[in-house]
Ligand binder design. Sequence first.
Ligand code: ADP
Length: 409
Amino acid sequence: MKVLIVDDREDNRLILETKVRAAGYGAATAENGTEALARLRRERFDLVVTDLMMPGMDGFQLTHDIRADPELRNLPVLVYTATYTDPEDEALVRSLGASGFLVKPAGDEEFFAAVRAALAEARERPAEGRAPSPDELHYLRQYNERLVRKLEDKVEDYEAAQRSLRELNASLERRVEEATRELRRANEDLEAFSYSVSHDLRAPLRGIQGFVGAVLADDPPLSEAERRGFLRRAEAMAARGQALIEDLLRYARLKSTELPLEPVALADVFAMAFEQVDPALCAAGNVTAGRLAAVVRGHQATLVQVVQNLLTNALKFRRPGERARVEVNEEAREGRVRLLVRDHGIGIAPQFHARIFQVFERLHSAKAYAGTGVGLAIVARAMEKMGGRVGMESEEGAGSTFWIELPEA
Ligand code: ADP
């Protein structure tokens, strides 16, 4: 037995040809209907296995032309298709006289069962004994319909692909915009940061240079007490430089480290933070806490640092000659929890409320109130990294309330 395989794709032809030969049949191939018809008119075949969608002459036309050719009309045709798989497609090829219809890809067993069935069908119902095939016009109309349907399907696929491409594009654009905005903000941050670093770190260095230079020059000559006094001040300035650098490192590190979030009890955070406040400051005031029962989502060690900074400030910025009074409370707010640290200290004038959260922003000299100006910057960055918020209310001369807010765990 000899089979003609008609398919426009080379890999399909090769696979089928190998399959057919392995089963012990003879096989030849053609790329489309036109080539197949020419070959069928030259050579004898026992079966045609044809694809439907092919450039040039397709499988519908090939089946139709075989049935219309007096020499070929009894040749069995098995349609083997991956594109036209609707029942209407099968009905049309059957009405054109195909002896079998099989959907690609089929396993060996299924394929040869279809081959045997097509051969048997052609034997049992030779074309001569069949009802006359539908008239040409009817066939053409149906054929057209099938083609138009396919075309519509393709257009729909294409439109859907275009739609999702457009959506993808829009979301990409959005993401690029967001990333650019973030980058710009990071850049501005960096600029402000390097300005204050160079400015504030230079101050102690300049001081050290001045005092040490005066001691070395000894002109006018210094008394022993003056010399020691200058060197002590140089030493104090070195210590201040060191403190600045340490705080800055803490602040910078906060940016690059991951803060895994976990449930954290505010009562624990407060207890640990309070323990870490400078004992001399604690001795200068009273800290009382209301009932702290909330559990928030945060990073415990970072939260302890945040609360320690707030407690330190609340105790530190007291009115001269007064003991500090600090109250700590929590407040539930629609799925979030606020921790408030309230003092009755010197307060902050409204125009400074935003500024104090930036690095090195201080409203007083180091002499009046010790500090580096990094504490609140750490608080703000830490809260942002934990997905929380920070804020404050204050009245100059009457005290301040700083708060942080995190999602409830
Ligand atoms: P530092 O305390 O080291 O100066 P911070 O960043 O913690 O730095 O605070 C920045 C500035 O904000 C302080 O120098 C102070 O002027 C002001 N400030 C912070 N907390 C308070 C407070 N509780 N009361 C009054 N002023 C405050």
